[in-house]
Design a protein around this ligand. Structure first.
Ligand SMILES: Nc1nc2c(ncn2[C@@H]2O[C@H](COP(=O)(O)OP(=O)(O)OP(=O)(O)O)[C@@H](O)[C@H]2O)c(=O)[nH]1
Ligand SMILES: [Mg+2]
Length: 251
């Protein structure tokens, strides 16, 4: 079982020094993905909005978009339009940061051009670009002199309802589209209200503040590992949700 798309996107955010939140200039509102935005805000990571595919909209539409999004960047990855302006802004950040290479996480809706942007920014053709949504299946990276760019799979908005249904037990784990996200929401409740209960139940010691990392810790404690020792995130998530829904895991 591979990393869930949401888990991959969250990891790209977590590891990044700065995140590029890529949108499709043709459907800025539709491709905005509020769930991803709130994850970004929660992460406290600096992020830049990048409207891609500006070659596909009119001058007027572009001017309007620019006036509505003063701090954003407007590019075409395909036609290499205004990529240099974005690259320059990132180079300035890289200079200011104490990191050897600025790690840039790229996230957004499927098919907005995250991989195309990764390639053009890194001046490589490392990642696969395709009109088929869902082309990128896991995180992949490309490097340039100043940057290490992590391209993540596209994510679709996570319905609040599903978290609620999962937490309320109205939807069983195997029916959930994003068990990782529901499990991390459950962990979040424990971290806020009663972390000791979680520790006792899974017989481990919380070492991280981040709910995603805690989920990995639980997987480790329960030996839900793949070959090579990586945590089986999906199985771990399903177990947590099941334990919670069946009332074994109590607050
Ligand atoms: N016209 C135009 N097409 C673009 C641009 N950027 C990407 N595309 C096209 O959009 C499609 C999707 O590009 P990808 O880079 O694969 O998109 P992605 O966001 O990585 O998609 P997933 O991996 O599925 O999430 C491809 O057909 C690209 O050629 C752009 O700036 N302008
Ligand atoms: Mg891609």
């Amino acid at each position: 079982m591979g990393m869930g798309y949401w888990t991959s996107a969250m990891k790209a955010i977590k590891d990044a020094d700065i995140v590029l939140f890529v949108l499709d200039a043709r459907m800025p509102e539709f491709s905005r993905n509020r769930d991803l935005e709130s994850k970004l805000e929660e992460s406290n990571k600096e992020f830049l909005l990048v409207f891609n595919k500006i070659d596909l909209i009119s001058k007027e539409a572009l001017e309007k978009l620019k006036s509505q999004n003063k701090d954003a960047f407007f590019v075409s990855s395909d036609k290499n339009i205004d990529i240099n302006r974005l690259r320059l802004a990132l180079q300035i950040k890289a200079k200011k940061s104490h990191y050897e290479k600025l790690e840039i996480g790229i996230v957004g809706y499927p098919n907005v051009g995250k991989s195309a942007l990764t390639n053009v920014l890194s001046r490589s053709a490392k990642t696969q670009v395709s009109s088929k949504a869902g082309t990128t299946k896991g995180n992949q990276w490309a490097s340039s002199n100043q940057f290490r760019i992590v391209d993540s799979p596209g994510v679709i908005p996570f319905e609040d309802d599903e978290a609620k249904l999962g937490i309320l037990g109205a939807k069983n784990p195997e029916k959930l589209k994003n068990p990782e996200l529901v499990a991390t929401e459950i962990i979040k409740i424990f971290l806020n209200l009663n972390p000791e209960k979680l520790e006792q139940f899974y017989a481990f010691k919380i070492k991280e503040v981040d709910e995603y990392e805690v989920m990995l810790q639980i997987g480790c404690a329960k030996k839900l590992l793949k070959k090579g020792g990586l945590v089986e995130e999906n199985r771990t998530s399903m177990m947590i949700i099941r334990d919670w829904q069946t009332g074994k895991l109590k607050l």
